[in-house]
Each structure stands twice: as C-alpha cells, then as structure tokens.
Design a binder for this molecule. Structure first.
Ligand SMILES: [Zn+2]
Ligand SMILES: [Zn+2]
Length: 401
C-alpha cells in the first residue's frame, strides 16, 4: 500500500521533536557564505544513520545525499539551503544565535531541518520508490551563487545513469499565514542585477562652475532619467524595478567634486527584459554624461537569474499541498516576488518549482510580522512537519506511478 498523505503527515508530526531540535541547533550557530564547516558537520551527522550516499563539495561546504529506491527510475532533487545572514539577532528566542552579528534571518535552518526530516521519511519508504532522490544541501544562497558551484561540480549527474529530471524547493516565510503554501507557475522570483557608475567630471571652485565640469547635476539628471526609463520603456506586463540605492559626491560647500558615484539594483522577471533594461540603464547614463561633456563609467554585475517555475510542477505542488494541508491552505501566488533566489540556476536546467511555506508566528499578523531578513524575524515551528511531509510527498509523487 503506498503511503497516503495523511500517513505521511502523521509520520512527520511523530518526528517533529527531531526536526525542531535540528533546526534549533543550526539556529544557534549560524554561518555565512560558501564555507560553513559547523553547519556542514551537523548536516553530515544528521545524514549519518540514513541509507544514503553522501558527497561533499570541493569548492564549497555543500552536501549531496542520494537515496536509491527499491526499483530503478528517474532522479528527483529536493533542495534545502543552509547559510545565514550578517544580521544581529534581536528575536529574544531562547535558542537565538550565539554568534554576534550572524543570524538565520532567512529561515534556512528550517529548510535544512525539513529536508533532513523528509530524507528520513523517504528512507523508511524506499520500497515505494522507483528511482533516486537527491538531497541538495547548499551553502551561499544569500548572494554567493552556492547553487551554481554545485551545478559546476556535477550536481545534476550525481546519479550517472539517471540525471536529475525534476526539482523542488521550499522557502519559509514569516509573512504568510502559518501552515499555508503559496506557489505560482512561471516567474516566481526576479533576476537581480547590480550596477555601479562613476560620473567623471572636473573639480573646481564652487563659485565658478563654468570653469569646472560638475558631476552632481549630471548624476541628478541620470537618477531622474532612470525613473522615466522604467515608466516609458518597460512593458507593465513584463515589469522591471530600477533603484538607485546609493549616491555619493563632494565633501564640502565650496568645492565642485571630480566625480559622483551611484549604485543600485535592476530587478526583472524575464531574460529578455533583463537584457533590455541593463542595456537601457547603461545607454541613458552614458549618453546623459556625454550630453554634458562628462564621462560615465558604467559597471554591471549579474546576480541570480529569474526563478521560473515549470507550470506542471507548480500544479503538482499545489495538488500535493492541498492533499496534505487541506483545500484552504494552499493558493496560487497572485504575483512574483522581486527578490531573487539561486534555486533559479537549478530551474534553468530542469523543470521544477519553488514554493513558499507560511510560518507567521502565533499572535502576529502576516501583514505586519517582521519579515525574512529582519533582526526580529521569528518563524513558527508548528508547520515544519508539514514542510517535511511536503518535501517527501513531492519525491514520492515523482518516483511512484
Ligand atoms: Zn534570504
Ligand atoms: Zn532565503
């Protein structure tokens, strides 16, 4: 008899103490970036008594575990990220971070705990599986391209005879109702690109601007022109955000400076719009500079691509979540988020989906609760077993028929 949704959920709740304990241990000792030795050791220890083949990354602290089912079949990937943020925790939780200035403020500790919980549930049900489950435990999601390193090291071919053909990731959110699930077909999160520019003029006396080449009004003109660029050049149904987040020039009241510095971000939801907007920001800035006889040095740094959910995979997440959590708990997210995710690299290569799991703590409202990345963020632990069951159910669904 295949495991039913109800059985999976109750198995996950029976194992809730272990899941929550692992989550709290990770929460106390957060690490940042691509090299997370303590976190990696904790993850390896949690995999140790499971019948999985474990490999660790060579360029990062990544961990990949493969669970082989009783029969051959395709390979399905489940992702949990494990890095923290440079945030001083002020949550007041009894298991708060013991590392000054570092906090699991994006809830990646919960992702690891849920993923490991699902590994246990699936290991107990190997007989039902036709194929392999790959558990991808990645460092460096918060801007360090950890997933890209893992792909370069052969993540998708870890089972050589059956390359990964589907993938799923959960992300916890403190600003969604606890125990609810949100997913959407198509763009789920944005591409995030950084840009910097230096407006290069010629300094001089503030009383004689004609004898200098003042970069400040040119910088101001660029800032305003970028606002018109977004409203006049960007299709509202293929949106973009251009933000000037940092601007700096000058040192005192009677000196015209040499240069002005600006930097910011570009968020887009399609590869085409991404290329167009980056090119347009460069064009507007350099040509405004040129119009005034100043040079603008423009630099662009590619961040994560758009996170695009496969429509079929998103529909399966929704159906599976509805079976597990009930008809009212899951919904199609009306709009994408303009934040970015490096699971996007995986979804560029294989069809799959990322979904949000709500964990707004009791007594707070989703609309006003401190959000992910806040120094005050708290995630409700009650839905973690539901997340465990959802990870496991997605793999079971992919590997049984
Ligand atoms: Zn984050
Ligand atoms: Zn995150």
């Amino acid at each position: 008899m295949p495991t039913s949704a109800a059985e999976l959920l109750s198995a996950a709740y029976n194992d809730a103490d272990r899941t929550i304990d692992l989550r709290r241990r990770l929460h106390r000792e957060p690490e940042i970036g691509l090299h997370l030795p303590k976190t990696q050791a904790t993850v390896l220890e949690a995999f140790a008594d499971l019948p999985v083949e474990v490999t660790t990354g060579t360029s990062t602290s990544s961990v990949v575990a493969v669970l082989r089912g009783a029969r051959p079949g395709p390979t399905y990937l489940l992702r949990g990220d494990m890095d923290a943020l440079p945030v001083q925790e002020d949550s007041g939780l009894p298991f708060a971070s013991q590392v000054p200035g570092v906090m699991h403020a994006c809830g990646h500790d919960t992702h690891v705990a849920m993923l490991l919980g699902s590994a246990r549930l699936l290991a107990e049900r190997r007989d039902e599986l036709a194929g392999q489950v790959v558990f991808m435990v990645q460092p460096g999601e918060e801007g360090f391209h950890g997933a890209r390193y893992m792909l370069e090291e052969g993540l998708l071919d870890v089972v050589p005879e059956a390359p990964v053909s589907g993938a799923f990731a959960l992300h916890i959110s403190s600003t969604l109702a606890s125990g609810s699930l949100s997913v959407r077909p198509g763009p789920m999160m944005a591409a995030a690109d950084q840009w910097r520019m230096v407006v290069r003029g010629r300094g001089g006396h503030a009383s004689e601007p004609h004898a200098a080449a003042d970069p400040i009004p040119v910088a101001a003109e660029i800032v305003l022109a970028l606002q018109s660029l977004v409203t006049r050049r960007v299709d509202v149904f293929d949106p973009a955000v251009v933000t000037v987040a940092h601007i700096e020039a000058g040192s005192t009241n009677n000196v015209i400076p040499d240069t002005a510095f600006l930097e910011g971000t570009i968020r887009t939801l399609s590869a085409g719009q991404r290329a167009d907007v980056v090119a347009a920001v460069r064009r507007v800035a350099t040509h405004i500079g040129a119009a005034h006889g100043l040079e603008v040095e423009f630099e662009h740094e590619e961040g994560y691509p758009v996170t695009v959910n496969d429509p079929g995979a998103a529909a399966r997440v929704l159906e599976t979540a509805t079976e597990l959590l009930g008809p009212n708990a899951s919904r199609v997210a009306p709009v994408p988020l303009m934040g970015a995710e490096d699971f996007s690299y995986v979804l560029q290569r294989v069809p799959g989906a990322m979904a949000w799991l709500g964990a707004c703590p009791p007594g707070l409202e989703p609309a006003t609760a401190p959000g992910n990345h806040s120094n005050l963020v708290v995630f409700d632990e009650e839905p973690l077993p539901a997340g465990v069951a959802l990870y496991a159910a997605m793999a079971l669904r992919a590997l049984t028929n």
